[in-house]
Design a protein around this ligand. Structure first.
Ligand code: GLN
Length: 483
């Protein structure tokens, strides 16, 4: 059942929330030893929460818009008193004293959190292989990666652990694993969803967003998640629409879809090109028109720009893990020794690489040559998108240049790994919303994803277009024999 169906069944007292939670736990027990999407199961707590929902139903109290819906959440979202590791040894046993706002919003809405999902350490990576604990498998081919950094959340939804999951997306970490696992993943406009209690990676880029296997679930989740939040200074105060209200339209007449001319010569696997053509045909069939748009700087400068700015912000954000304030603390002779040993033991190689790069580009003497130039490129990229949206209501783009790659394939080649996000990270640089959707499967059974990108606050257009596709292709399938 998808989330909308569960809410209905629970509210009508047809199925108790405890039974739904029990079924979800059973499913996890059945397949998670193979997939390894969960870092910390919270089954007992989940059953207690579900019992609370059932009590509310019994007493005719409103159980909320996500009553009894099982969810899993990425392990960089704080939950009070529960382990929040960020996939890192540094925070291996850290239990935050507060909840992330999005966790509070979910639980107030009646959702039942089943567990925390695996991720690349501090959300740095595209394969979930940078988790300090273990890698997660792609549910469609266990020899391949699920994408990252929110690979655990994407794999969990693909396997039917829960109809909804939360991830975070700094440069593609919701959309890329969604594409690799064959589910929906939405990265909202910067400022739409609160980041309070999300462990920071690159604060000017990070956004929290949902995964699902149906468009209506994505809209329902966004209604709950997108509340303005005084605890996050970047949370916009603009009025949010009802995201489910844009669904159920018969056609997309008048919708202008942009295709980026520069992307036509970019090396993209043929299956992904075919998927783009298929989605174009479906949207045309629904009445949409296609227009060419141009983003010349985006594809050229996006990746280097991101890999200067994101590490710069990360080097600052991760300075707090010093062995003094919280996280692990190594035995040491003196203060410098404490810093060196704690950070040496606590961080994995990719996190160290980012901190080194970030510190370098921010140092006096290099700041002007790297950081400042990257900031200028970022403005140019934002401007290009803004101009493109004068001609188009949304853009149809690849989510990734390749299908899910093999475990270990890019482990020794960070640049190849970074290229995985070449189509997603410009969207973060410009603060725009992006939605990755499944467009079918390759001949070897691997999911093929494509991405819609909208102007700021354009989530409704993305959802409506995704629904038009879903009407033709159906809802994404469940992996590993689930339903
Ligand atoms: N893969 C990209 C990186 O490693 C994006 C990560 C993310 O979105 N959190 O930085």
């Amino acid at each position: 059942m998808n989330a909308v169906e569960i809410v209905k069944a629970v509210k009508d007292a047809r199925i108790p929330a405890t039974e739904i939670t029990g079924k979800a736990i059973e499913r996890i027990r059945q397949v998670d030893s193979e997939v390894r999407a969960l870092l910390t199961p919270l089954f007992e707590r989940a059953l207690e929460k579900a019992a609370e929902i059932d009590r509310k139903i019994e007493h005719n109290q409103d159980p909320g818009p996500l009553a009894g819906v099982p969810v899993v959440v990425k392990d960089n979202l704080c939950m009070r008193g529960l382990k929040t590791t960020c996939g890192s040894r540094m925070l291996e046993n850290w239990c935050p004293p507060y909840d992330a706002s999005v966790i509070r919003f979910l639980e107030e809405a009646g959702a039942v959190v089943l567990g925390k999902t695996n991720m690349d350490e501090f959300a740095m990576g595209s394969s979930t292989e940078n988790s300090a604990f273990f890698p997660t498998a792609n549910p469609w081919d266990r020899e391949r990666v699920p994408g990252g950094s929110s690979g655990g959340s994407a794999a969990a939804v693909a396997c039917g652990y829960a109809p909804l999951a939360l991830g975070s997306d700094t440069g593609g970490s919701i959309r890329q694993p969604a594409a690799f696992c064959g589910v929906y993943g939405l990265k909202p406009t910067y400022g739409l969803v609160s980041r309070f209690g999300l462990v920071a990676f690159a604060s000017s880029l990070d956004q929290v967003g949902p995964f699902s296997r149906s468009v209506e679930d994505l809209a329902l989740a966004l209604n709950v998640l997108s509340r303005p939040d005084p605890a996050d200074a970047t949370s916009s105060r603009r009025k949010r629409p009802d995201y489910t209200a844009c669904l159920g339209k018969d056609d997309l007449k008048g919708l202008k879809v942009g295709v980026v001319t520069e992307f036509e010569n970019y090396p993209v696997q043929p299956e992904i090109r075919e998927a783009l053509a298929k989605i174009e045909a479906i949207l045309r069939g629904a009445g949409a028109e296609f227009v060419p748009v141009s983003l010349p700087a985006t594809i050229e400068a996006g990746l280097p720009c991101y890999y200067i700015l994101a590490p710069a912000e990360a080097s600052s954000n991760l300075a707090r893990y010093d062995g003094v304030r919280y996280g692990i603390s190594a035995k040491a002779e003196n203060l410098m020794d404490l810093y060196m040993k704690t950070r040496g033991l606590g961080f994995g190689p990719e996190v160290k690489r980012r901190i080194l790069t970030g510190t370098y580009v921010l140092s006096s003497g290099y700041y002007d040559a790297y950081y400042l130039v990257a900031q200028k490129a970022r403005i140019r990229i934002s401007r290009e998108f803004r101009e493109a949206f004068l001609h188009a209501d949304l853009l149809l783009m690849p989510t990734t240049p390749t299908l899910p790659f093999r475990k270990g394939e890019h482990q020794d080649d960070p640049i190849q790994m970074y290229l995985s996000d070449v189509f997603t990270l410009p969207v973060n640089l410009a603060g725009l919303p992006g939605l990755s959707l499944n467009a079918g499967y390759s001949s070897s059974g691997l999911p093929v994803g494509v991405q819609f990108v909208g102007p700021k606050w354009g989530e409704e257009t993305l959802l409506a277009a995704a629904e038009a596709v879903e009407r033709v292709l159906g809802k994404p399938a469940c992996a590993l024999g689930g339903d």
